[in-house]
Design a protein around this ligand. Sequence first.
Ligand code: GLP
Length: 262
Amino acid sequence: MRIIDSESDIGLIAASYVKLRINQAGGKLVLGLPTGGTMESFYAHLVEFYAKGEVSFREVVTFNLDEYIGLERGSAESYRSYMNSRLFDLVDIEPSNIHFPDVYAADLEKAASEYDKKIESFGGIDIFLGGVGRNGHIAFNEAGTPFDAPTHKVKLEESTRKANSRFFGGNINAVPEYAFTMGMGTILKSKEIIILASGETKSEALYRAVEGNISTQWPVSALRLHNNSYILADPKALSQVSSASMAKFRACSLGSCGSKAD
Ligand code: GLP
């Protein structure tokens, strides 16, 4: 695991890196894509790069990390709508290359295992991008999820529903109780993992990720089990991480240069 700390826009840093990697790969890259407030700037910059002709998504394949169960198809609060309005409707991606866990399937268990098989059929995820919940969840893997869990249905923690109620008019009761999430096992199989975090509310999660025990109680701590994982965060989110750990894990940029922790 490596840490990149930056005072400047972490969404721009991540978007510039993804653009570079898509272009280096000749346009073909498999991405794991998240939602959430932290990622808004990332998508805005990707769309800007596309508009300037600096990158094409024609052959990019995407797998979203998670989706609520129980919302009506096309609901504004669904992660599908979030992605359509911030990226998919604004770039040249092929609709058939966009993947979401099928939360409308009659057999949810089967749909979950098919999602993992689909990811494998594309050779796995090249770059997994994610945010982190205040309680350390990644995608919707809540505390206690085994690190080898496949894609599965989860019951959301009260604290997660409360944090996400801001997207539901502040009404926690409107936030679905269940969701589909890529499992920690699926995520850890990705070739590269980049977790973005900004602001004070994420500082305990990052403290646990870097300094705490590697434990399913803090899913984000699993990053330390992966040999090509990054935390890309601002100083507020990293405020609880000790300077000794920063010296150990700090890297100068995504992909290109290592750190003493390699
Ligand atoms: C939701 C998503 C996560 C995301 C988290 C943090 O719970 N399921 O994938 O990481 O929110 O979102 P935000 O960036 O809005 O804090």
